[in-house]
Design a protein around this ligand. Sequence first.
Ligand SMILES: Nc1ncnc2c1ncn2[C@@H]1O[C@H](COP(=O)(O)OP(=O)(O)OP(=O)(O)O)[C@@H](O)[C@H]1O
Ligand SMILES: [Mg+2]
Length: 168
Amino acid sequence: MRLDTRPCRVDDVLREVAELVDHKARDQGIALGIATAADFPETLADPELLKTCFLNLMINAVDAMPKGGVLSVEAGPARETGGDVLLVTVSDTGQGMTPDEIRTAFEPYFSTKETGLGLGLALTRKIVSDHGGSIALESAPGQGTRARIVLPLVAKPVTERPAEAVVS
Ligand SMILES: Nc1ncnc2c1ncn2[C@@H]1O[C@H](COP(=O)(O)OP(=O)(O)OP(=O)(O)O)[C@@H](O)[C@H]1O
Ligand SMILES: [Mg+2]
């Protein structure tokens, strides 16, 4: 995938996406909270593609809470073993996922929804990995779901490399 990388602020992208889902979230009785680091660093990334990722994750969270709940988005710089990164988490208090669902969720066309295509997470993982980052889902039935995205502060565009599911 060709990345149109430019200096951007991931917190701005997150707020933009949160605004897009806010109306539907409210209608479903979902409280949407977004907390981002005050000294948010600029990063080299493709903001349009990141928008697609975050939109997929937030819509999945909203879909998981038909009877309301809490959708929390957090983002900021973090230190991982490989160096300085950006950490974004999208957490919901929805129905959660079984270990089997977590394992298959990133596969194209896997969906438990009546009208789902099952492409959201596959595309999200591809975009994140093309930025040199990783995505993992933490979930258990009845416990909600947290998607954890790690992005390098300067995206290292990856030309072709097999995408890998990170499951925890
Ligand atoms: N936050 C979540 N809570 C519970 N289950 C989830 C969550 N996110 C994803 N899933 C599960 O993973 C499956 C795959 O998600 P994915 O986003 O790839 O496809 P989809 O949402 O079903 O369809 P699409 O995104 O293409 O409209 C979902 O159908 C659902 O079973
Ligand atoms: Mg989806």
